[in-house]
Design a protein around this ligand. Structure first.
Ligand code: FDA
Length: 308
């Protein structure tokens, strides 16, 4: 209930303006966001690599309304990929991308976003790494999947996110569980209507397990994106059951969320990738993180009321 209220309230421009301007906000944001610049993201990826963890770097900024903003975001990705290669991090870090950040919502947005995504996929390939497309709300699922299919004709390593909360996702997992197919499975961070998505947390968890079973039985590369300890255990059990060696799947978690668990899994020899967001437009991302964990909201309120 609180999550729904928070996601709804967050759409107010006034709340947004207040939150972004508060001096204490930065403190809590720093836990979940690498910083504003490419160099900040590279620094975090280097630290993670030194601890045996991988990174999936995301340039924050969604629902842009001007073509120039979409081009700017594309250019940042191209620069990021050059920097990854120049810093010797292409084996340890990939990039994650929201189609809305590169123009999906603009008039003729599908074509624009596909064109920009293709340039980014090409740059990722040249840098020696991969691109994964994030999944946004359910109205974009078909477009994201069509874009991935198109990109995979030339860049078969392009990955995609599927959200277990959507009824359709078991079927999507079946379709995308073939050889080499990189699929990141998450619960889903958007408020979706009952007509398309499970609402109760336990129903979403059960759907996650059904989807995970399909991906682990398949011949693709499952990326298990969850902090839920029961799902982590189930993923490890399914990997053993399906004779999957470590490295034929991976765990993924968000920067700042359960870092000890990330390290514990990495130390066990599991491949663990950390989602590293960066950029000045952190507001929507932070609201989703707080909706998932109200304790984070308490932290934010505390930081807002501090004098620092
Ligand atoms: P759940 O929310 O049930 O949390 C399980 C436990 O994890 C909690 O009890 C708590 O201990 C801890 N935890 C979870 N979230 C926390 C937080 N914010 N702060 C502190 N502790 C927390 N979604 C989407 O719709 N599209 C996408 O493209 C992506 N991409 C993506 C990539 C990666 C790498 C991850 C890990 C997640 C996503 N997500 C996403 C987000 C995802 O859908 C989901 O909202 C969050 O991962 C939270 O769900 P959990 O599976 O962690 O379970």
């Amino acid at each position: 209930m609180l999550s729904r209220t928070l996601l709804a309230v967050s759409r107010s421009d006034r709340i947004r303006g207040l939150s972004v301007a508060m001096p204490g906000t930065r403190q809590i944001v720093n836990r979940f966001v690498a910083g504003e610049s490419i160099q900040d993201a590279i620094g975090v990826a280097a630290d993670l690599a030194a601890s045996g963890r991988y990174s999936a770097i995301d340039r924050l900024g969604e629902d842009i309304v001007e073509l120039s903003q979409a081009q700017e975001t594309r250019d940042e990705y191209l620069e990021l990929l050059e920097s990854l290669a120049a810093n010797g991090l292409a084996d340890e870090a990939e990039v994650s991308l929201k189609l809305s950040s590169i123009g999906l919502a603009l008039p003729d947005g599908e074509k624009i976003a596909l064109g920009h995504a293709r340039q980014i996929a090409e740059a990722a390939d040249e840098a020696g790494t991969t691109l994964t497309l994030d999944m946004e709300d359910h109205t974009t699922t078909d477009t994201v999947l069509a874009t991935v299919r198109e990109l995979r004709n030339d860049y078969p390593g392009v990955g995609v996110v599927l959200q277990a909360c959507l009824y359709r996702t078991e079927a999507d997992c079946r379709e995308l569980s073939g050889e080499g197919s990189r699929v990141r499975l998450c619960k889903g961070a958007y408020r979706e209507p009952e007509s398309v998505a499970y609402q109760a947390p336990h129903e979403i968890d059960l759907a996650y397990v059904r989807c995970l079973r399909i991906l682990m039985e398949g011949s693709g590369y499952p990326m298990v994106a969850t902090h839920d300890p029961r799902l982590v255990d189930i993923a490890q059990a399914l990997a053993i059951h399906n004779d999957r060696p470590r490295g034929s799947y991976e765990f993924q978690m968000l920067l700042g969320v359960r870092p000890e668990e990330q390290q514990r899994l990495a130390d066990q020899g599991e491949r663990v990738s950390v989602y590293v967001p960066f950029g000045p437009d952190w507001y929507e991302y932070m609201v989703r993180r707080m909706a998932e964990k109200p304790a984070n909201l308490a932290l934010l309120v505390k930081s807002l009321s501090s004098k620092k």
